[in-house]
Design a protein around this ligand. Structure first.
Ligand code: SF4
Ligand code: SF4
Length: 461
């Protein structure tokens, strides 16, 4: 852990030097260990998911170009857009509820930007350039062979990782099979795909090598929302000023009453966004917990309890109140439950085969030579599965028969609309009403999938 009085010259400049920040690493921190474990698991999931398949199809796919999505192996087509939109809305409300209650916990623990920046790119930087002091010295140093070697190695690795992220990102959009084809086939056949790979790589490289924490502090809209979402009851990373103030260095013979903060500035040094959490909750705080770890280390050294900086609400610190399920939180939770309920209902009632039968417009009925009355219908079948489906149509009402115009509609291809037309016929003398309600059974691979309602027009004799 840290020694309190070391490197005072670095403290004088704070954790920031020029554009680039040089945060100290909260070595050995209790929460850092947990964050490393969580980051490891999430990175494994992120890089592993595009390679998982069910029956030859991806487990997850977000093909926004062709508007095809796969969640847990279930395909969603453009016709399911309302489900995808509702799912996204529910996700946003979930993030809001979570933020109102627990602040930016997402940013510190699960956001890919933080995980890559803090757990991957910064670690590489430390490995090549040394700790925060060595990094500052290297930046200030002239361009010697050693500096060039370190910078080339660092940026080379940054670029390689950006390339790996770019490939993974593309695999989520176009699927791993197409990605492998782009990587292994003749480049001339995949100029578009290769250009996309290069552009994404350059973007990710720029984000992690240049923009870095500016993404969280300036660009990320979620970060900007904090001012609206957080209140005094939200749990955030907070400095306990009641316990910590008046802050100051401890002197042996002094009788001055001091708080627990020894004003060592370690919490500022470790902060990746370069803020002083003792000034209160700030938009720049990504809840990374580095300052908690740093301060707990200091408390160990001066034999004080942990938690001078901790997860707490402003009210909790001011008045010692415990977490409360507030009216605002209840309202957001209710909206979330309603959205999830609606989404769950739509998902459970979603049909794998969707059929529309419409009576041909502009026509009423036709009198056939054999004394039968016919109506013409158009039928449209959407097969939402991955496989072709054998179709069968049957009118449930007695006395009606079905006759296709042209080829019978026997198969619905996956992910496409299949269209056809047919006549429904019935003897004229059997018609009881001008507009007879009909039910048509749609069977897919022999199984009843849907009962479609329509009308039959005919003269009552
Ligand atoms: S809050 Fe903790 S880490 Fe920060 S200056 Fe005070 S004692 Fe040091
Ligand atoms: S204030 Fe603490 S929790 Fe917030 S970003 Fe800085 S180090 Fe992380």
């Amino acid at each position: 852990m840290f020694t309190i009085d070391e490197d005072i010259e670095f403290l004088a400049h704070g954790a920031v030097s020029g554009q680039r920040k040089y945060p100290r690493w909260p070595e050995g921190g209790r929460l850092l260990r947990w964050r490393e474990i969580v980051a490891g698991v999430l990175l494994l999931i992120l890089f592993g998911l595009p390679w998982l398949e069910i029956e030859g199809h991806p487990l997850f796919l977000f093909n926004v170009l062709e508007r095809q999505f796969i969640f847990f192996g279930v395909p969603f087509w453009p016709q399911d857009f309302h489900l995808v939109a509702l799912g996204l809305l529910a996700f946003i409300v979930f993030i809001i509820v979570f933020t109102v209650a627990f602040g930016r916990i997402w940013c510190g623990w699960a956001c890919p930007q933080t995980i890559f920046m803090e757990m991957v790119f910064r670690r590489i930087e430390q490995w090549i350039e040394g700790d925060f002091k060595a990094q500052q010295r290297l930046t200030a140093a002239p361009w010697t062979a050693e500096k060039i070697r370190k910078r080339v190695l660092k940026h080379g690795l940054f670029f390689l990782i950006a390339f790996a992220i770019s490939n993974t990102f593309l695999a989520y959009i176009i699927g791993k099979d197409e990605l492998i084809q782009i990587q292994t086939d003749n480049p001339a056949n995949h100029l578009g795909g290769l250009t996309a790979l290069l552009i994404f790589t350059l973007i990710f490289y720029f984000v992690f090598a240049r923009l870095r924490e500016m993404v969280c502090v300036v660009i990320c809209p979620y970060g900007r929302l904090q001012g609206v979402l957080l209140d005094k009851k939200s749990i955030v990373v907070a400095y306990d000023y009641v316990r910590g103030e008046p802050r100051g260095k401890r002197r042996k013979q002094s009788t001055e009453v001091k708080g627990d903060c020894v004003d060592c500035s370690l919490c500022v040094q470790v902060c990746p966004t370069g803020i002083d959490i003792r000034k209160g909750t700030q938009l720049e705080c990504i809840n990374c917990t580095a300052c908690i770890d740093a301060c707990d280390g200091v408390m160990d050294k001066i034999s004080k309890p942990h938690g001078l900086i901790r997860y707490a609400s402003q009210e909790g610190i001011e008045q010692g109140k415990k977490f409360q399920f507030t009216g605002r939180l209840k309202a957001y939770t209710l909206v979330l439950i309603l959205l999830l309920g609606g989404l769950g209902y739509l998902l459970l009632t979603r049909k794998a085969i969707e059929t529309t039968v419409l009576r041909a417009s502009g026509l009423t009925f036709q009198q056939q030579a054999n004394g039968q009355i016919s109506n013409l219908y158009t039928v449209e079948v959407l097969n939402k599965t991955f496989k072709p489906v054998a179709l069968e149509f049957k009118v449930k009402n007695p006395g009606f028969s079905l006759q296709y115009v042209g080829q019978p509609l026997q198969t619905a291809q996956p992910g496409t609309f299949t269209k056809s037309s047919f006549f429904l016929l019935t003897p004229a003398k059997g018609i009881q009403e001008n507009k007879t309600p009909l039910t048509i059974e749609v069977r897919a691979n022999g199984q009843l999938m849907q009962e479609v309602k329509t009308n039959f027009m005919g003269p009552v004799l």
